[in-house]
Design a protein. Sequence first.
Length: 369
Amino acid sequence: MTVSEQTDAAGEALRPHAEHAFAGELKALAAADDRPRPARWKLSPWAVSTYLLGGTLPDGTLITPKYVGPRRLVEVAVTTLATDRALLLLGVPGTAKTWVSEHLAAAVSGDSTLLVQGTAGTPEEAVRYGWNYARLLADGPSREALVPSPVMRAMAEGMTVRVEELTRIPADVQDALITILSEKTLPVPELGQEVQAVRGFNLVATANDRDRGVNELSSALRRRFNTVVLPLPATPEDEVDIVSRRVAQTGRALDLPAAPEGLAEIRRVVTIFRELRDGVTTDGRTKLKSPSGTLSTAEAISVVTGGLALAAHFGDGVLRPGDVVDGILGAVVRDPASDRVIWQEYVETVVREREGWKDFYRACREAAA
């Protein structure tokens, strides 16, 4: 596929890779970036941080924020990638771990596609290497028959590789990373050879706080990482900003109409999720029971995007309470027995009495009927 064909395909992609979606910003940053760059980095650490956090360049180019959160966390994450330690982004679901790892790889290496997706069935070959069995049977073990993993490719090319949901990967497969991260080499005993990492290589892994009981990281592997914990948005305003930005980006990809008048409903969804997540109303006067779900920012984005689609295709294009109620109900009620009771109590004790929420209360009653 030619470069132009790749560009056309990226333009038609439902979710373009970060290096394609924000190619203009990356190009502008590279042109304005006069600071030292580590080996094989596309941008300096300062420029990578600016790309993630947003800012305005000397020529007036606006860099949009990709992550809304503490600046120091981003600076520590970027600095880690400039050292010989791997980076582990840790946090509860919905704290933008995957989003941050993708943009880090795009800004550092210009390619976010070197990815190992962690699941309970991830084989060791996904971390080390596999074989083209047709060539293996015909010619025996050789470099031509070897199929490199994304990790091996990143080592050979001096790039950043991503490992998503590290704690979902079986422990014995996780351990394949220990030699790679400590010795910066990947032995290929079948050939009596090894692949050594070249300068520029590093690894970004993500892990979910709530999955520690699945395949907890060994102390030996954890020591190979510098861990950065990504928190939930600190304030309602931050969370509303994140949800609004991501909904707008997703809406453009889905050809949904912009809905600036939907900001009130976004605030409402964020308020509900934060209150149920924290177990107390915003004013601190009423204690609440928290449901079993995480009610993360990512779920809020999904609820609002779904509501916007309903408004666009089955309404007048204006985001209203009835468009988001069913999505909220689906996010809150994960356990039909206990969570439904928690939601009903919240509706009757909080939503019913809150000023300006009568329309939302009616929509809740209609959804429950």
